[in-house]
Design a protein around this ligand. Sequence first.
Ligand code: PEP
Length: 275
Amino acid sequence: MRKPIIAGNWKMNKTIGETQAFFNAFTDALTQRFSNKPETMKQAGFPELILSPSYISLYTLVNQAKSWTTLQIAIAAQNMSAYSHGAYTGEVSALMLQDIGVNTVILGHSERRQYFNESDDAVAEKTLFAFEQGIVPIVCVGETLEERESGNTDQVVIRQINAVLSAVAAKADLNHPDKLCNLVIAYEPVWAIGTGKVCDAAEANRVCALIRSQFDSGVAERLRILYGGSVKASNADELFAQPDIDGALVGGASLEADSFIAIVSAAFQQEPVVA
Ligand code: PEP
């Protein structure tokens, strides 16, 4: 069984104070929700939880998460430099992230591709570097509305995945199923992000299966592929029932504890124990 992942991408939202307040509300609500059976959260089917605040809040949130011992909540960066150190004004390195306890990074989000001109090669380079440093990359791929309407969804997604795969394949020490299976892919159709227009669950599953098929079987069966794009409580059940969708990357609905917990609960195979 692939352990589901529910990751919240806060984008450029929340100050440090708001981050702290969210974490307190989130963990209180989780405790409340599973209070009859706190060990539920330790079960294999309970999703792995990831929160991704701005760089400014990372350190605070890592420490807050460390002090909540009920469940491990991983803290991810929303981007990372492809370079190890040096004259790259405004950039943050893998070493700096690891130094504060951040071991997961979202790479190639469509907003980075769209507004900051990140190419497939740049995303591949960052993914390779993350792997080399032992940071788990969550690589986002997905087509724009124009690409979907012109029938190019599959071609675009395969191109984005192959850029990453060929960069990794060139490094013999990384190109091993036990390493590659740590990669996480998020299929995020660009037209569904922040628009309220969720991709039809069967179609999202079809594209996730297509992504899985690009990997050798030893990796494919273990690789976690998330769906992202207007996920909320009302559509989460249908999405998570799909065999090739292993969780979600959530934007808007991750900003409030209640809406995020509703998605976490939907990803959990068992009925949550209500207090
Ligand atoms: C995202 O930012 O990755 C995302 C999926 O956003 P939203 O859930 O708001 O569509």
